[in-house]
Design a protein. Sequence first.
Length: 480
Amino acid sequence: MTQADLVIRGGKVVAPDSVIEASVAIKDGLILAVGADSAMPPTKQTLDASGMHILPGAIDVHVHFRDPGYPHKEDFASGTIAAAFGGVTTVFDMPNTIPPVGTPELLAAKHRMAADKAHVDFGLYALLGEDTIQHATEFAKTAIGFKLYMGNTFGAIPTPDTGAMLEAFEVVAPTGKRVSLHAETNSIMVRRELRMREAGRIDPLAHIASRPAVVAVEAVSRAAILSEWTGCRVHILHISSAEELRPLREAKARGVDITGETCPQYLFLSTDDYARFGGVIRVNPPVRERRNQEPLFAALADGTVDLVATDHAPHSVEEKTRNDIWTVDCGFPGVETQMPMMLTEVAAGRYSVSDYVRWSAASPAKIWGLYPRKGVIQPGSEADIAVVDLDREWTIDDARLQSLSKITPFHGRRVQGLPVHTLVRGRFVMKDRVLQPGTRGHGRSVHAIQQMPAAAPKNTDNTMSAIVGAGSPAGREHAA
Ligand SMILES: [Zn+2]
């Protein structure tokens, strides 16, 4: 009989449709068996998980680890350590670094850097901007997907206009990869912010006033139309309002391959918190009125919103506590607090722990072509596991975050549920709340195991490259 490297005994294994008392055997980084303890193979090592739940590690498809460019905010080592302490075993990192990930050479350099530093597995987004469309096919070979900024945020990445977006979608569609969208319409926000500044507003609520929900409604609607026209897969990042659920829902009903995420800040914070937190709460899109929270939870429950991510966006305390809201950096850390905050609602009976693993692990794995290699605990899957104490009550303390960013509006929040051990491909990265030595560089890029189903590009007789004859001299003449 094959000998396992590790058997996790006595816990409850959580899947999107079940919670079963079972032991889990791991060998060579993969799940070897899940079942009755008596059926487990002999093993070198055992972990007693009595009283614990065994969850597939969370896949956070939206983090900013600031590397390269902002070592005082975060780097790939500190960010992935924070992930491990949050029960997160795979992260997808955004491209708004210095420099932005806008050429194949820069993407390759970031792969080398991340492979050297990462404690958990990762995917890297490539930047899809007006001046990077020509690299899209090359990017698709090693990027987990693309990031396109429809609206300006931290990093001041230029936002492509609608024509450039259409062309970008046409080029990406045949690659099968997904374009993740910061779906806020820049031109609306620029005018609004100017008006607010002219009026002398520098208070935190001026930020939300400059970005009303219509910026997201308009952007999601437009992105859905361009996705539908081209067949390019898209993902709507950080859904913040009830209003943008309607264009998302309608596009899904039409068969558009569009997915969406929301984040704890939109589920658990509201405009009621602006006075207390000041600039700390400044994030894009903004934290909105409390009335948005219930529809967002309902949208998770009915599948309109597919998953929970964090938009982990670390900054220094000084950068978050300036008096003039327009000078406060946008975002705050979240990768290590998401799981406890979401599990607190499981304890409160709002949804089940199975619902949670669907939103945090199974759905992201499916949407980015990693399932069932990741996102589920079953034989043959990679042993990415969070062993969680669902009963443990504790208080989030920003001074104790693993992230270099020690300031969050979740500070002081009472939560129930704590990741006690985190394994990435069968190896303990965090054990008994202690980082395990030698795990730097254990993380690897998941693009090699990504399998996106065949794409279905549409209206291909009419793409920009078709019109100009794929760049031929005759074609260029024709286009002129
Ligand atoms: Zn972001």
